[in-house]
Design a protein around this ligand. Structure first.
Ligand code: PMP
Length: 387
């Protein structure tokens, strides 16, 4: 904090704080290196293009993919909307089915509802296990040959529950459906390898991965991406334009209309370098230890309800009896403890849990035991205030 007192940031699932290396990379890209990409014949623009494309390679390597399969987007939301508008419009028709789950973020619900309205497709909702995982046994019973798409969250932003992605992929494949994974919370927490996951589409946001806002990525299997029609038109996504006929650039450029988020992509690459230096296995293990400590601390308190599985990944949601999560968040703020309180853009999950909102503590690579201790202290104080 400005006055030098410690700040306990427990809202990394909403957005991560930025390492100095990312801020410096962004400042350099906006400052002494800055120029446009893909158009300039002068050296500085050519260098910027190299930096932008190197960022694409870095993102690809980070998730075990090929650079030609990475589309830069504004974030996970835009990545999912891209799939719905391009692949979805081209491949779904009336009576086709889409399987989602009860715990999805609105970003992985609303684009499919809009697609369903456009095409006449039908959405099914996979239930959860009692401890808050997507119930893949139920998914297996629900899937039919009419299902064209299964779209699921890899790590829940509310419950921290981790999907068994290879099994979900096998289930989708068994009925000829594609699998899209919302990897927003997984990308900063789990080592990713697209081949091992077996999915068809993967979406994530840079700002949750210690990079800037305004940048994210869609990974799509090369054969799918190559066959997908453009969804936004403009500069940079064309091959040639005449009023008689316009032809389009190959993927991924076909999906990046307009001047891209150049500096953000370069800063995202710096964020990935930072994360790789620490190691996702290390980050994951450290977050697991903090989750354990938090859950133990909260479970020992009277009147606290914990949501999600014991082994939730970096995220703990809870309610304190007689205290609205917003009041809890406000009182914790007086102690410099920042948590998220609300529906977390997952209203269907709140309805399932039977609460209007939860309090959520989420960790990042800078979180430590002092943050957990401050949270527990703050909740004890709140309980005393509320009697
Ligand atoms: N899915 C999940 C699981 C998320 O946590 C979020 C961000 N809260 C999103 C999708 C949307 O990400 P963005 O707003 O960065 O596009």
């Amino acid at each position: 904090m400005p006055d030098g007192s410690p700040w306990h940031y427990l809202d990394t699932a909403a957005t991560a704080q930025k390492p100095r290396a990312v801020i410096d990379a962004m400042a350099r890209a906006l400052g002494e290196d800055y120029a446009t990409v893909h158009r300039g014949v002068y050296t500085r623009s050519a260098n910027m293009t190299l930096g932008y494309e190197a960022a694409r390679r870095r993102v690809a390597r980070f998730i075990g993919a090929d650079e030609g399969e990475i589309v830069f987007t504004r974030g996970a939301t835009e990545a999912i909307n891209l799939v719905a508008n391009s692949w979805g419009n081209a491949n779904l028709k009336s009576g086709d089915r889409i399987l989602l789950s009860q715990l999805e973020h609105h970003s992985n619900i609303v684009p499919w509802q809009l697609l369903a309205e456009r095409t006449g497709a039908v959405i099914d909702v996979c239930p959860l296990t009692p401890d808050g995982r997507i119930d893949l046994d139920a998914a297996e019973r629900m899937l039919t040959a009419r299902h064209r798409l299964v779209a699921l969250c890899h790590v829940s932003n509310v419950l921290g529950s981790v999907l068994d992605a290879p099994r979900a992929a096998a289930l989708a494949r068994s009925v000829g459906a594609k699998l899209l994974l919302d990897g927003c919370q997984a990308a900063p927490r789990l080592a990713l390898d697209m081949a091992a996951l077996g999915c068809d589409f993967y979406a994530f946001s840079g700002h949750k991965l210690y990079g800037p806002t305004g940048i994210g990525a869609l990974w799509a299997r090369a054969d799918l991406l190559e066959a997908m029609p453009p969804w936004e038109g403009g500069g940079a996504m064309i091959d040639s334009v005449t009023f008689a006929r316009t032809t389009y650039a190959p993927a991924p450029q076909r999906f990046e209309a307009g001047t891209p988020a150049i500096t953000e992509a370069i800063a995202l690459a710096a964020a990935i370098a930072y994360v790789e230096e620490i190691g996702l296995d290390h980050i994951h293990a450290a977050e697991q230890a903090l989750v354990r400590q938090t859950r133990e601390g909260l479970a020992a308190m009277k009147g606290v309800t914990l949501f999600g599985p014991e082994d939730s990944c970096g995220i703990v949601s809870f309610c304190v009896e007689g205290v609205h999560p917003h009041d809890l968040g406000t009182i914790l703020d007086e102690e410099n403890v920042a948590i998220r309180a609300g529906h977390h853009c997952a209203q269907p999950l709140m309805a399932h849990l039977g609460v209007p909102a939860t309090a959520r503590a989420s960790f990042g690579l800078y979180s430590d035991e002092a943050d957990v201790a401050a949270l527990i202290r703050g909740i004890e104080r709140t309980k005393r205030i509320f009697g």
